[in-house]
Design a protein around this ligand. Structure first.
Ligand SMILES: Nc1ncnc2c1ncn2[C@@H]1O[C@H](COP(=O)(O)OP(=O)(O)OP(=O)(O)O)[C@@H](O)[C@H]1O
Ligand SMILES: [Mg+2]
Length: 300
């Protein structure tokens, strides 16, 4: 199984993902030999039995005895591609906030998961998109991290698809994103959910359109950020005319907005599937966004 894209999933993503081939070609269910974990795995197997379903396999994790892996295979009805022993070293690595591969590269967990990735001589050259799914706590993140770092010479993209992300820690990146000279940009989902969960971490940019609904959501987002007592934010909007700009300024009298004009260059780039910055670097909207980027990076 050559690995190229490894996605650490979460329970809720499974139902949509299993029927969408573009999301992943192989689903790796991580299952503990417990009734609750096996029940989740069976539900997933049933979903996979529907039309257009991709390949679904199971890894038995936290295996303690010789019958555990057999039990996982039997109860899920899925091909069991590996048995990962219960390994106290995994919890030690978690406590230290380090990757299992850094703490104990030859330990039972690392060795077993590594064996799921074939050496270069067994690869067929096909691209692999692997989604790692399973019940909460079954070991998805730990498994994803070892798989993603066991590259066998392949380029690997590790995606954290959990709404409560922590794959980076298991990959061994704790603290590295706060190093000087690094810029991290996070594109949030629509609405306020993530902002409300941020608990005081900085939010720099709130994007609104000059419509009543969008201004209302933007106002609530900016208020949440202000409540967290943060130093500064920018507010780009897509504006068509001076009325739009005035409407936005009235809604946010305490902010100095960055005004991004409505621009066909962005629509065209989207149609072509290209980056607007590549397609039309001199377009007015792109220039406004580049100005915003420079402000955020220089001030932040
Ligand atoms: N083989 C193993 N041996 C011992 N402990 C393990 C093993 N695999 C995972 N664990 C422990 O199980 C717990 C859950 O692991 P992990 O975070 O990888 O699961 P998860 O499925 O990603 O959880 P969540 O659903 O919360 O995202 C952690 O405390 C981890 O240390
Ligand atoms: Mg996880």
């Amino acid at each position: 199984m050559p690995v190229e894209v490894v996605a650490d999933g979460h329970d809720h993503s499974v139902a949509e993902a299993v029927n969408d081939r573009s999301y992943a070609e192989t689903f790796l269910v991580v299952a503990e030999p417990t009734p609750a974990s096996l029940l989740s795995a069976r539900r997933l197997a049933r979903l996979a039995a529907t039309q257009r379903s991709p390949r679904v396999v199971v890894v038995a994790n936290k295996v303690r005895g010789q019958y555990d892996a057999e039990r996982v295979a039997q109860r899920t009805g899925l091909p069991c591609v590996g048995a990962v022993p219960y390994d106290p070293g995994v919890e030690d690595a978690d406590r230290a906030g380090r990757a299992v591969l850094d703490c104990d590269p030859d330990g039972a967990m690392a060795t077993a998961v590594r064996s799921l990735v074939p050496g270069p001589q067994h690869r067929d050259g096909a691209r692999v998109k692997l989604a790692v799914v399973g019940k909460g706590g079954s070991g998805k993140t730990t498994t994803s991290a070892v798989l993603a770092r066991t590259r066998s010479g392949r380029r690997t993209l590790a995606l954290d698809c959990d709404s409560d992300p922590n794959l980076g820690i298991s990959l061994g990146l704790l603290g590295q994103l706060s190093l000087p000279d690094q810029v991290v940009i996070a594109d949030f989902e629509a609405g306020l959910g993530t902002i409300l969960r941020l608990e005081g971490h900085p939010v720099d940019v709130v994007v609104v359109e000059p419509s009543a609904k969008s201004l209302d959501v933007g106002r609530r987002a900016a208020d949440s950020v202000r409540e967290a007592d943060l130093a500064g934010w920018w507010l780009p909007q897509t504006v068509r005319d001076l009325d739009d700009a005035a409407r936005v300024r009235a809604a946010f009298p305490y902010l100095e907005p960055v005004l991004v004009p409505e621009d066909s260059a962005i629509v065209n780039a989207e149609r072509e599937g290209t980056a607007p910055l590549d397609a039309a670097a001199d377009a007015p909207a792109i220039r406004a966004l580049v100005g915003l980027a420079n402000d955020v990076v220089n001030t932040g």
